[in-house]
Design a binder for this molecule. Sequence first.
Ligand code: CU
Length: 229
Amino acid sequence: MFGGTVVARGSPSEPRGDRGETGDPSPPTIHSHFGYSGTSDDEIPNRLEPDETVELHVDEDKIDDSKLPALTVEFGAFHFAPAGLHVEPGSIVEFDFHTPEHTATAYHPGQERQRRVPDGVPAFSSTVNEHHGFWLYRFEEEGVYDLFCAPHEWGGMGMRIVVGDDPGDVVRGPGRPPLPMTAALLGTGLDGDIGHPEMEPQNIVDNGPISGHDLDIGLEVTITAPSSP
Ligand SMILES: [Cu+2]
């Protein structure tokens, strides 16, 4: 007979990993692509306490619907508040849906747009949340993140989040630029246009948060009735 060593096949249990302070077997996490959504602030888990809040608004006073089906929208009617925000790397930002039917979406090649987030950051986006809903995202990488509201980009709804103290480039790749009303805020990315001077990343670091109301962007856009060719 061969001598040998008995190898225990039933080795000690694998560690089960961090079960979280509460013992929850699947603690809530913020997905790098889909974030974390809910329908009411009081659903935010303790371990995902936000560091900053951005509100998503509609200002009805800036929408003229007296000549329907034509609709005239002034800059600022649809907006993020603030429009320019500085946070530390790793911060959790809460997007608070004061009105419904918005998103917070990254300018990213995954959306067939210019890359306006740091390299390696996925094409993240919120869901289209209802009134009083929220969406959380963790901003890990240092740099500039330009975001838009998919339903209202045409009306100027964009914002810029500067993560850390060394912003780097705003536009990191070619692609379709912001629509004109939002480009008034964030720039087209063409010929070095990165937006309104107050939205310059270092100004956001030094003097943020920046309110869109203070930028005096006197633009409006009118949607008219469809016409046959
Ligand atoms: Cu919106």
